[in-house]
Design a protein around this ligand. Structure first.
Ligand code: MEV
Length: 327
C-alpha cells in the first residue's frame, strides 16, 4: 500500500548557460517520470530505497546506515530526498518513520533534471501520505530547497518544471512564466553517457566571458533573440524555424566551449539523418543532446544517434507536472 507520486524530467530547449547571466531560457517537461512511494513505519526511521540505482539505507537520529551499496554514494544521493521528506514532516508537525521507494526512468546526471523530479515526487508522496494540504507552490519550494544540496545555487529551472510541467519561460529576475503551447514537440534525446559536473561547465563559460567580454556580449544577446524568436515559432507551430534556431543555439554554446566531441558526433548524426535541428541540452561537456524531427523521421534520427554511439530515446512534451498516482 502507501502513496505513489510522480514528477517529470525536463530538457532545456533554448538558453542554457546564458540564463545564468540574466538571459531567458525555454524549458520543457518530458514524458519520463520519477516515481516515489511513501509508507508509514512503526518506528522513527526514514528508510530509503532506490530501485534503479540499487541503493538502500536509513537515517536514524541524524546518522545514515547503508544497507545496499557504497555508504558515501548512497548518503550523497539520498540527502536531497531526506531533506524533502523531513521538510514535509516538519509541516506535518509530527515525527513518524517512513519508507520511501524511488523508481525512476530518468537517466541520472545527464542534464535531464532527474534529482529535481525525484525530490518533487517524494515531497508530493509524503505530503499526501500525511494528509498535508500542499499546493504546487509548496512542492516547488521544498523541491528547490532539496536541489540546493545537489547543485549549490541552481537557477531553479529544474524544480519548477518538475513541479508545474508543460513549457516554461524562465529568467533569473522575473522567474517562471508558463507558455501556452498547443503543438506537439517531437524530440529524440541522445545521452552521450559522458558525465561532467554542471558547476565546471558553468565556470568554463564564466572564464571565457571574463577573458573576452566584448566578444561574448553579442553572443548573449543572440541567445536572447533566439528565445524571443522561438516563442513566436512555438505559438505558430513552426517546427522548421524551431529546428534552425536550435542549430544556431548549439553553435553559440559550442562557441563558449561547452560542447564536446561526444555531443558533436550525436548532433551531426541527427542532422544528417534529417532532424530539423539539434543541440546540446543542459550543461554540456557530455550529458545529453536533443534533436527535433517530424514524426515520420523520429525513428531514423533515433537510429542515427544510436549508430553514432549515443543512447537515444523519443520524448514528448508533457503538461503534467507533479501528480499523485495512487493513494
Ligand atoms: C544546467 O541544466 C543549466 C545551466 O544553465 C545551469 C543553470 O541554469 O543552473 C547550465
Amino acid at each position: 500500500m502507501g502513496v505513489v507520486a510522480s514528477a517529470p524530467a525536463k530538457v532545456i530547449l533554448f538558453g542554457e548557460h546564458f540564463v545564468v547571466y540574466g538571459e531567458p531560457a525555454i524549458v520543457l517537461a518530458i514524458d519520463k517520470r520519477a516515481y516515489a512511494k511513501a509508507e508509514k513505519r512503526d518506528d522513527k526511521r526514514l528508510y530509503l530505497r532506490s530501485v534503479n540505482l540499487n541503493l538502500a539505507g536509513y537515517f536514524e537520529n541524524g546518522t545514515f546506515k547503508v544497507e545496499q551499496d557504497d555508504a558515501k554514494e548512497a548518503k550523497l544521493k539520498f540527502e536531497p530526498v531526506k531533506l524533502a521528506a523531513e521538510k514535509v514532516l516538519e509541516i506535518y508537525g509530527e515525527k513518524v518513520g517512513l519508507n520511501i521507494e524511488i523508481n525512476s526512468t530518468v537517466p541520472v546526471a545527464a542534464g535531464l533534471g532527474s534529482s529535481a523530479a525525484v525530490a518533487a515526487a517524494v515531497t508530493a508522496a509524503v505530503g499526501a501520505l500525511l494528509n498535508v494540504e500542499m499546493s504546487k507552490e509548496d512542492v516547488f519550494r521544498i523541491t528547490y530547497e532539496a536541489e540546493k544540496i545537489v547543485h549549490g545555487t541552481p537557477s531553479g529551472i529544474d524544480p519548477a518544471i518538475s513541479t508545474f510541467g508543460g513549457i516554461l519561460l524562465f529568467q533569473m529576475d522575473t522567474g517562471f512564466k508558463p507558455l501556452d503551447v498547443r503543438t506537439d514537440i517531437p524530440l529524440v534525446i541522445g545521452d552521450t553517457g559522458v558525465e561532467r559536473p554542471t558547476h565546471a561547465q558553468v565556470a568554463k563559460v564564466r572564464g571565457i566571458r571574463e577573458r573576452y567580454p566584448r566578444v561574448v556580449e553579442p553572443v548573449m544577446r543572440a541567445a536572447r533573440e533566439i528565445v524571443l524568436r522561438a516563442m513566436d515559432a512555438l505559438k505558430e507551430n513552426d517546427l522548421e524555424t524551431l529546428g534552425e534556431l536550435m542549430n544556431i543555439n548549439h553553435a553559440l554554446l559550442y562557441g563558449v566551449g561547452v560542447s564536446d566531441e561526444s555531443l558533436e558526433w550525436l548532433v551531426n548524426a541527427a542532422r544528417k539523418a534529417g532532424a530539423l535541428g539539434a543541440k546540446l541540452t543542459g550543461a554540456g561537456g557530455g550529458g545529453c543532446m536533443i534533436a527535433l524531427a517530424e514524426n515520420e523521421r523520429l525513428e531514423q534520427v533515433l537510429e542515427a544517434i544510436q549508430r553514432a554511439g549515443g543512447r537515444p530515446f523519443i520524448a514528448r512534451k508533457t503538461d503534467e507536472g507533479v501528480r499523485i498516482e495512487r493513494t
